[in-house]
Structures are given as structure tokens and as C-alpha cells.
Design a protein around this ligand. Structure first.
Ligand code: PLP
Length: 378
């Protein structure tokens, strides 16, 4: 059966190809040209933060965060077990020992109530991942982190422009990371950003991103030549990608509004079926404004999920799941992960299913998805 309705499809919003054409015509396609600067300006202004640096992806922004922590052997970083691999791997790659926290059953966010038990003398950072862009309980996380001298790094790959108690996600931690991967609300295929809220990291972040050199200071005329001053790598995206991303950033209101309509239609039209079938729908607490990134169904069992995937596939619809419990992965077990350690994650990882959601999803196609789901007997 061919897939007629994909899980995600990149949709042009208008200016993407014109901007790429303009970038090519300017003859400057490496990083940090005018399109990158315009993306930086929009993100800094919208988030109200001192500095944002585009990166080649969110994974690299997480790696930069890990490097900025200057980790020593034995240093620990607390991560949710229900997470993307690189939320954890980026820190492990740069020397951290991961400590897995389970997630809350309602929002699937890192369970803040576990932190007092998990924070120890070696804890350097905690990484709240705002699952589906629905905020973690930042008040308690920040209070505890401050009291225990632990750095907060938000993995905000899902949550650009979402809010917690009125404040934008990505503005709480000393550092935050964004993703512009093709599955995200705003995209350039592969892309990301590091949000720098704590000024102490600004200068070093620029150096890490520019291969360990002070090239950014040179371009600003602050030094008369640039040289190797620290470790680093090459984390800046090409202007072609920044040109694509700028168009998406400029259309953010249209994109978010379209996703909001799609998300709300799923919620309204699947509510009765879900109640009758014992299927859970996403929970968004009152004090959280979500970005309509993911619409998921929480099936009663792995078997029901597998059957629903097949049932939709037979209708040409692709529904997907993620994440696998990281504490049970091969790598996670090397760090002491074991079954039973994160019961909520281990349970929901088998039961969650994401429905197609992208701003170009037509009303007719969404209707087919809804009909397909409603026709399924759990
Ligand atoms: C929560 C989370 N963090 C990080 C990433 C990594 O993003 P990227 O693909 O931009 O490296 C993803 C990717 O899907 C993600 O879902």
C-alpha cells in the first residue's frame, strides 16, 4: 500500500526558494551571512534573549551546551528517559554520565518530583525536554537547580514560541536548544539553534561554533586577526539553509495557526472515540501554551498500537511512534539503566502513536485520518 498521507511533509510558505536564489546571487553561501543574521535577529527579538546562534542542528546545539559545561570525568547530567537519543548522547559524547529521570504520566515531561532524589554532588546539569512543546514544571526545576548549583539546559526542540506561565520556552535555562529538522514546526531540513540566556557563555559559545577560533570577534573588528583560542568545531549552517529558515520564521504566525487548527480538530473529533476506546489524548495544563507540535494517541497496549498503525497504513496513512526508553537501550544499560527504573517511560514508549501533523495537511486528508482512526476497534 502506498502512503498517501505522510506523517510529515515540508510545505513551502512563500519566500523559501526566492531567498535561496537571493543567497546564491549574493555569492556568499558559507555561514553567518546576512540570512543567518536576519534569523538571529528574529529569534532574539521574539524570544527577548541576549543571543541566539544558528547551528547545523539541535544535536550540535546540545553538544555546544555540553562543551560549555566543561565536564570532568564523573560529572553527571540528569536527562529524561523518554527523550530523543541526542538529548542524552550529546552530553555523553563530551564526558558526562547520564542519570535517567522518569517522566510525568500526564505531560510526558521530566518528572520534577524525582529531582531531589537524583541530584547529587556530581550533578552538573539537568535537561528538561519540553515534550511536544508542553512545558516542564519550570518553577520547581529552576528553584531546585538554583539551590543545588545545577545548570538548567532546556531541550526545546519541540517548543519554539510555546509558553509556561506566560513566559516563552527556551528563556528559562542558562542555555536552550532548538531544532529546525524537517519534522519540526519551522524547518530548513536540518538546522538548530543555541539560545544563550546566561551572558557568561556568550563569548565562548561563539568560539566553539567557529572551530575554536575568535573569528566572530575578528569580523566585528574587535581583534585584527583571528586565531585558535579554544577547542571547538564547525557548528554554523550554510546561508542556503538560513535563507530557507528565514522564510519559515517570517511565516511563523501562519504556520502556527494552521497547526493549531489541525491539532484542535483532532482533539474535538477524536474525543468521543478516544473516551469509548480507552485511548488517552494529549494533556496541556492550563498554565501552558503549546505550539501544536505533536498530536498523539495513547493506546491501551503495544498490540493495539501495532494494529492501529497497520489499519491506517492499509488506508494509505502513516502514523509513527517514538521514543524508546533510553534507560533500556544498549547504551543506557552501559550507564546502569535497567528495567523498572523509569516505569512511566517504559510503559508509554510502547503505547504512544503520533498522527500526521504538518501545516500543509489538507482538511480532506485530515478528515481521512480521523475517519480511519474512528473506524478502528481497539
Ligand atoms: C527532543 C529532541 N531533542 C533533540 C532533537 C535533535 O534535533 P536535530 O535533529 O535537529 O539534531 C530532536 C529531534 O527530533 C528532538 O525531538
Amino acid at each position: 500500500m502506498t502512503i498517501r498521507i505522510p506523517y510529515n511533509r515540508v510545505t513551502l510558505t512563500g519566500s523559501e526558494l526566492a531567498y535561496i536564489h537571493e543567497a546564491v546571487e549574493r555569492g556568499h553561501l558559507s555561514g553567518d551571512g546576512s540570512f543567518t543574521k536576519r534569523c538571529h535577529e528574529i529569534l532574539q527579538r521574539e524570544l527577548g534573549v541576549p543571543r541566539v546562534l544558528l547551528t547545523t542542528n539541535c544535536t550540535h546545539a546540545l553538544e555546544m551546551a555540553a562543551l560549555l559545561l566543561d565536564l570532568r570525568p564523573g560529572d553527571e547530567v540528569i536527562v529524561p528517559s523518554f527523550a530523543f537519543v541526542t538529548t542524552v548522547n550529546a552530553f555523553v559524547l563530551h564526558g558526562a554520565t547520564p542519570v535517567f529521570a522518569d517522566v510525568r504520566p500526564d505531560t510526558l515531561d521530566l518528572d520534577e518530583k524525582q529531582l531531589p532524589r537524583l541530584i547529587g554532588p556530581r550533578t552538573r546539569a539537568v535537561v528538561p525536554l519540553h515534550y511536544a512543546g508542553v512545558a516542564c514544571e519550570m518553577d520547581s526545576i529552576l528553584e531546585l537547580a538554583r539551590a543545588r548549583g545545577v545548570t538548567v539546559i532546556e531541550d526545546n526542540a519541540h517548543g519554539l514560541f510555546a509558553r509556561y506561565r506566560g513566559k516563552l520556552l527556551g528563556t528559562f535555562g542558562a542555555l536552550a536548544t532548538q531544532s529546525f529538522h524537517e519534522t519540526k514546526n519551522l524547518t530548513c531540513g536540518e538546522g538548530g539553534a543555541l539560545v544563550l540566556n546566561d551572558p557568561q557563555f556568550l563569548e565562548r559559545a561563539e568560539i566553539l561554533r567557529e572551530k575554536g577560533t575568535n573569528r566572530s570577534r575578528f569580523f566585528r573588528g574587535q581583534v585584527d586577526k583571528y586565531t585558535w583560542v579554544d577547542v571547538g568545531s564547525s557548528y554554523l549552517p550554510s546561508e542556503i539553509l538560513a535563507a530557507f529558515l528565514l522564510a519559515q520564521l517570517e511565516s511563523r504566525a501562519t504556520i502556527q495557526a494552521a497547526r493549531g487548527r489541525i491539532w484542535q480538530r483532532y482533539e474535538t473529533e477524536l474525543a468521543d472515540w478516544a473516551r469509548q476506546s480507552g485511548v488517552g489524548l494529549p494533556h496541556v495544563p492550563e498554565h501552558c501554551e503549546q505550539p501544536f507540535h505533536i498530536f498523539y494517541l495513547m493506546l491501551p497496549s503495544l498490540d493495539a498500537r501495532t494494529r492501529l498503525i497497520e489499519h491506517l497504513k492499509a488506508r494509505g496513512i502513516l502514523a509513527v511512534f517514538h521514543y524508546q526508553a533510553l534507560n533500556l537501550s544498549d547504551m543506557g544499560q552501559r550507564f546502569g539503566g535497567r528495567r523498572g527504573q523509569c516505569p512511566v517511560t517504559e510503559d508509554v514508549a510502547d503505547r504512544l502513536l503520533r498522527l500526521p501533523l504538518f501545516h500543509g495537511l489538507s482538511a480532506e486528508d485530515q478528515g481521512d485520518v480521523i475517519d480511519g482512526v474512528r473506524a478502528f476497534r481497539v
